[in-house]
Design a protein around this ligand. Structure first.
Ligand code: ATP
Ligand code: MG
Length: 561
């Protein structure tokens, strides 16, 4: 445990300290990537508890992914010790679920209601047709709620019951929301019910990283925070501790045309004159791009770890890189396949995660059902997940007449791999595991310690950082994404640019951006131009790789021998 008390804020810079020690009342922390938002948030909670006699149980911290919630919990443990357990930390969905469980009777639900899975929903939809009220009634008959209802039902309960609102406001007097730029209407309603207009609501985020409007998120809530909450205090953090100066400069230039933050500044805390430039690789094809990724990873992990024996450190950091330090980011999940194949051929381990909901993945819902039916079986949760996978794979190896063989064995295998780290983190709590499965995203099952290269969609990479990042497919049509026959409007292009900005700013030490000259999209191979987002970045910030250089005669001779 770190020293609590006067030393608590010593590890923060001046502005982070202002934010962490601000008095109560609405507080908006506007801060760019890598400026230490999570660090400031955890220190603020610790400071309030240690210095201002706030009880940990009065604190509610909300994040967008389970993974982020766990990270927050871990850091709070380090700062506060065992009392950190009393802080409520969760995602919006887990918060809604907790409120609904506590008030199940008022919502007309039994205490052990369940979240509908795919099969439940499909069956209810088939029976109800287009009638939503029937649909809901059918779910209710089986004590089921839909995922969206984890938020809409608590909002409805709170709107109808002033005492309930008072009780929750009394319980959670201090509320903290990370990534506030991505709240949607119902999440916003819930927050407004839980926090009075002059309440101790601390919202943290970066409008330039608002990337979830396709799911209903609205950056407008962030921008009008000071109208919604009385006498809101505003603190800006401008110092970026994450990225080397060239990476940061490229990212700042990339976002400039669409920045939603007036006078956006991001000052590099890391000023190493030797820091490498941003690598840019114009690939001839998708296969060539994948080869570049593999070749470079091979050089970095093999080469650098050997070289580090004599050089030791570069840029003040250890140069020994492992696969877990490396991420490959892309706009669409479909881009992963050639990279996965190329890495597999080179025997480089991979963990691939998207921002999709776990329940939308083939095989996952079937495993959850199997686990529920076999509740009471002995063995650890990860072992039971593996067993459920085996049972399913065997069952579906034999085709059934009605085609209920809809789950493919390879999907089951992938699902088991995906769910094992999640199961490990849930102890032996099957209920917790199942609710995380129903509400979580694939990226929640990311294991940051796994000795593997991490492959992520740009959306899933939000909030994470890696020493080495490859941003592949930086092409017009992918960034910004364009469907055949459609042109994205200005708002859509701005959001795509923010997504590009999120990608660039995940990198700490080395960033590689690549684009292929040809790619199969929507069923046919097309010529591709580099992303227009690259045009606004100073060419001097790039080091270009793979320009067609004439082969040296020596190489040819060697080959002849
Ligand atoms: P994002 O917008 O991408 O979510 P963030 O603002 O939440 O970024 P953090 O992840 O909290 O940024 O911090 C980025 C990195 O900078 C982390 O590795 C963190 O430990 C480091 N960092 C933050 N503040 C400081 C500081 N005062 N001194 C040294 N390192 C710091
Ligand atoms: Mg963050």
């Amino acid at each position: 445990m770190e020293e609590v008390g006067t030393g608590l804020l010593d590890r923060l810079d001046a502005m982070q300290r202002v934010a962490a020690s601000a008095p109560g009342g609405p507080l908006l922390i506007v801060a760019g990537p890598g400026t230490g938002k999570t660090r400031t948030l955890t220190h603020r909670i610790a400071y309030l508890c240690a210095e201002l006699n706030v009880f940990p149980e009065q604190c509610l911290a909300i994040t967008f992914t389970r993974r982020a919630a766990e990270e927050l919990r871990h850091r709070l443990d380090g700062l506060l010790g065992p009392v950190a357990e009393d802080v409520t930390v969760g995602t919006f969905h887990s918060l809604g679920l907790a409120i609904l469980r506590e008030n199940a009777a008022a919502a007309g639900l039994p205490a052990d209601f369940r979240i509908a899975d795919d099969a439940d929903r499909a069956a209810a939809r088939a029976e109800a047709g287009d009638d939503p009220d029937r649909y809901t009634a059918l779910l209710r008959k089986q004590d089921l709620v839909d995922l969206d209802e984890l938020l809409t039902l608590p909002v409805a309960l709170l709107k109808a019951d002033k005492k309930l609102v008072r009780d929750y406001r009394e319980r959670w007097r201090w509320i903290f929301v990370d990534e506030y730029q991505d709240v949607d209407a119902v999440q916003y309603d819930l927050l407004r019910l839980l926090s009075p207009a002059d309440g101790n609501l601390c919202a943290i985020g970066d409008p330039d990283q608002a990337i979830y409007s396709f799911r209903g998120a609205d950056v407008g809530y962030f921008l009008r925070f000071s109208q919604d909450f009385t006498d809101a205090r505003l603190v800006r953090l401008n110092r970026n501790y994450r990225s080397s100066a060239p990476i940061l400069a490229a990212a700042v230039q990339a976002i400039a045309p669409s920045s939603l933050v007036r006078g956006r500044r991001l000052d590099p805390a890391r000023l190493d004159p030797e820091a490498p430039l941003v690598g840019r690789y114009p690939a001839a094809s998708v296969a060539d791009e994948a080869d570049f990724v593999v070749r470079t990873i091979d050089e970095l992990v093999g080469g650098l770890s050997h070289r580090s024996l004599d050089s030791g450190r570069i840029d003040g950091r250890s140069t020994t890189l492992s696969f877990s330090d490396i991420a490959v980011l892309y706009r669409t999940d479909a881009q992963a396949a050639p990279i996965v194949d190329a890495l597999a051929r080179a025997n480089i381990p991979v963990q691939k995660r998207s921002h999709d909901r776990l329940r939308d993945r083939p095989g996952v819902t079937a495993i959850a059902r199997e686990l529920r039916h076999a509740d009471g079986l002995d063995g650890s949760l990860p072992a039971r997940v593996r067993l459920a996978g085996q049972v399913l794979a065997e069952r579906f190896a034999v085709p059934t007449l009605d085609g209920a063989a809809a789950v493919r064995p390879e999907d089951v295998r992938t699902a088991v791999d995906l769910l094992t780290p999640l199961a490990r983190r849930c102890g032996d709590d099957l209920g917790l595991f199942l609710s995380q499965l129903a509400t979580g995203a694939e990226v929640d099952a990311l294991d940051p310690r796994a000795e593997a290269v991490t492959l992520l969609t740009l959306h899933a990479a939000k909030g994470l950082e890696f020493p080495v990042v490859f941003l592949v497919g930086a092409e017009d049509g992918l960034l910004p994404l364009r469907w055949p026959g459609t042109e994205p409007d200005d708002d859509a292009v701005a959001e795509e640019r923010r997504l590009f900005f999120v990608g660039l700013t995940r990198a700490q030490d080395r960033l590689y951006v690549s684009h292929a000259a040809r790619r199969v999209r929507h069923g046919s191979e097309r010529e591709c131009r580099p992303s227009p987002f690259l045009d606004v970045i100073d060419a001097g910030l790039f080091e270009r790789f793979g320009e067609t250089e004439p082969r040296r005669p020596k190489d040819r001779q060697l080959r002849l021998i």
